[in-house]
Design a binder for this molecule. Structure first.
Ligand SMILES: [Zn+2]
Length: 646
């Protein structure tokens, strides 16, 4: 389970530094008072068994699922330590901001800590963790533990006090409930941090799949209103199907029950964070009732669910750290996140949450975005993974040149290419599903971590179908490249094309964000007030001198608007005259002449006639025909694939 021995001190291996200060069998007692959640402050007290002498307590820094040192240390406030009635002074380590040094007085056998969390930053995303109606508690934000301890070795007995009348859900087991107070059965610190809790006034629990041949699965929702929880019977059926499709894909479970925790609110930060036995998801209040929001968020739960296998159970060795202070090595995130992105989107289509056409529109948008990434000329994909600690949460200016967390979307393209090669090389007898069953399946049971390396991935792929996987994957992730890897789209019978027809996916993003996406034509991303969010180096707009931070004022002599801009693209296509753009840069105005004549360019996938349609087979339900999935594949291929359906 812990393969990162290079980074583990001898003290870790022996457990000596931990044993000297705390009896490993005595649990920490953590009480969290959430009654002031509506104004975003959580109060906590913690009792740590201790022996007299020097002691260091630490606040979790490297957070699983975030892959970076994102523990909100600046929000830890009101800190006091006491031994009995005696105040114990503390001193923050001057180098390691997450460490607190103190001296346990003679005769004391425990240290009591009191502190508050300012919950204006939610897990893994900007935005607050609570509102007037609901909250999302991530235990790593309200706990301290002895420095040097492995999180598996620390037992915690945790309890919460909820705002009056609020209902809650978590993967933890309640040992005792009294009014609004809940005491949970003791668990390891690993399990506690892996088991977030949501609570709220508006709460709804749906048992998706009862306990039987596979573990029980729940959808637990809190929302700002009852309307927020108004999920349609069709969507409930699709989430049920999602559970069965994942079962068919992986063939085993590494959890004893699973809870989709879903917060529906415009007040709190939106995110998805994976855990072994649950996922912590948050989206807009009207996600279930607004068709465009629903489509854009359809892949959220499938993605986080797939992580229970790919990311939590099978984890890159560099991310399988013994506790939350040990740095994470993120070079394999193109597997951890990239393969999850691919599988999550495939499961979204197989379960009927997306139609096959919606999947293709989404993939076309992804492929076009990555194909126009100027930064790929200098930065290999793997470096976007290695650099997650510096790339996450940055502004969008110059993102195209800097590159972003591209290991997510580019994973869609790379793993589709792997899937299509597996299918072609084996003449339809083997697929990426076979790899998943072998790599992520195995024996069902409670959560555990099995780390892997790059070499393990290559070996396991070769066990399915022999191929030069090492070279292919190194070429894809370690070399800069002018273009996105489109071999999977082409190899599965489709091609990326540009037309003037709207892309359903991009149109929904444009409507909700109010941005104008001209990245495939002029090379500009324009914000709602005409602010240039990004300009792509090498594009016509960039060549004309436009850049992020400037503001559009007028196009061809007329006040700027999205419609006027689109009109100008069509006009330039017909007249072959440059587009004249007046833009403001600080206090200065200038006219920029953009030599672009190709009209609107909106990405789509188009069938490559004459090549087998493997993509439609990939998206086909494994548990019975999805109502949405097209059946246009040739019968010989359907038969070829069906021999591998469970
Ligand atoms: Zn993910």
């Amino acid at each position: 389970m812990r393969l990162v021995l290079l980074f583990v001190s001898a003290c870790w291996l022996s457990g000596s530094c931990f044993a000297a200060k705390q009896n490993p069998t005595a649990p920490l007692r953590l009480s969290v008072d959430l009654t002031e959640a509506p104004r975003n402050i959580f109060h906590a007290s913690l009792i740590v068994p201790a022996t007299p002498g020097e002691m260091t307590l630490v606040y979790p820094k490297w957070i699983p699922g975030n892959h970076r040192p994102s523990g909100p240390i600046a929000n830890l406030t009101g800190l006091h330590f006491r031994a009995g009635d005696q105040e114990v002074p503390w001193r923050r380590d001057p180098v390691e901001m997450y460490s607190f040094h103190l001296t346990v007085p003679a005769n004391a056998n425990a240290i009591e800590a009191h502190y508050d969390l300012i919950s204006t930053d939610s897990a893994g995303a900007g935005g607050q963790a609570a509102s007037s109606n609901l909250l999302d508690l991530n235990w790593n934000q309200v706990v301290l533990y002895p420095d040097g301890a492995a999180s598996d070795a620390v037992q915690v007995s945790a309890s919460v006090r909820l705002p009056a009348g609020w209902k809650y859900a978590t993967a933890l087991t309640a040992a005792r409930t009294s009014g609004d107070e809940v005491e949970f059965a003791p668990v390891s610190l690993t399990t506690l941090v892996d088991s977030p809790l949501i609570a709220g006034t508006h709460f709804r629990e749906i048992e998706l799949v009862p306990s039987g041949e596979i573990p029980v699965h729940y959808l637990d929702m809190v929302g700002e209103s009852e309307i927020a929880l108004d999920i349609s019977p069709q969507d409930i059926a699709a989430y049920r199907k999602l559970v069965m499709e994942a079962d068919a894909l992986f063939g085993a479970h590494h959890y004893t029950e699973y809870r989709f925790l879903f917060t529906l609110s415009d007040e709190v930060g939106h995110h998805g964070v994976e855990h072994h036995q649950s996922s912590d998801n948050s989206a807009a209040e009207r996600t279930f009732t607004d068709p465009q929001k629903r489509m854009l968020e359809a892949g959220l739960l499938p993605h986080e669910f797939a992580h229970s296998w790919n990311g939590k159970y099978r984890r890159p060795a560099g991310l399988a750290t013994p506790n939350y202070q040990e740095p994470m090595i993120a070079d394999l995130l193109w597997v951890y996140e990239g393969l999850t992105d691919y599988l999550g989107n495939v499961l979204t289509a197989r379960s009927g949450l997306w139609t096959a056409e919606q999947y293709r529109e989404s993939l076309a948008a992804t492929a076009a975005m990555l194909d126009h990434r100027a930064g790929r000329s200098w930065r290999p994909l793997e470096d976007t993974a290695v650099s997650v600690q510096t790339l996450r949460m940055l502004g969008p200016q110059w993102e195209n040149w800097r590159r972003s967390l591209d290991y997510y979307p580019e994973g869609d393209l790379i793993w589709l290419e792997v899937d299509s090669i597996l299918r072609r090389q084996s003449e339809g007898r083997k697929t990426l599903d076979d790899f998943c069953r072998r790599f992520h399946g195995g024996e069902s049971g409670p959560p555990k971590v099995v780390p892997y390396t790059f070499e393990d991935i290559v070996r396991e792929l070769n066990a399915i179908v022999p191929y030069d996987w090492g070279k292919l994957l190194k070429d894809r992730v370690r070399k800069p490249s002018e273009h996105a890897p489109l071999g999977g789209i082409e190899g599965s019978g489709w091609r990326l094309v540009y037309t003037s027809k709207p892309n359903e996916f991009l149109a929904a993003i444009e409507k909700l964000s109010k941005n104008l996406d001209l990245t495939s034509s002029l090379g500009l991303l324009v914000g709602k007030d005409g602010q240039l969010i990004d300009a792509i180096p090498g594009s016509p707009a960039y060549a004309a001198g436009l850049g992020p931070g400037m503001k559009l004022i007028a196009v061809n002599g007329r006040r700027w608007s999205a419609e006027i801009m689109k009109d100008s693209l069509r006009a330039a296509h017909e007249t072959h005259q440059p587009i004249e753009i007046i833009a403001q840069n600080g206090d200065y105005f200038r006219t920029y002449s953009v030599a672009y004549y190709d009209g609107e360019k909106v990405p789509h996938l188009e069938r490559a006639e004459g090549r087998p349609d493997l993509l439609t087979n990939i998206l086909m339900s494994k548990t019975g025909q999805s109502s949405h999935t097209s059946s246009s594949a040739g019968p010989e291929l359907v038969e070829g694939m069906s021999s591998h359906s469970p």
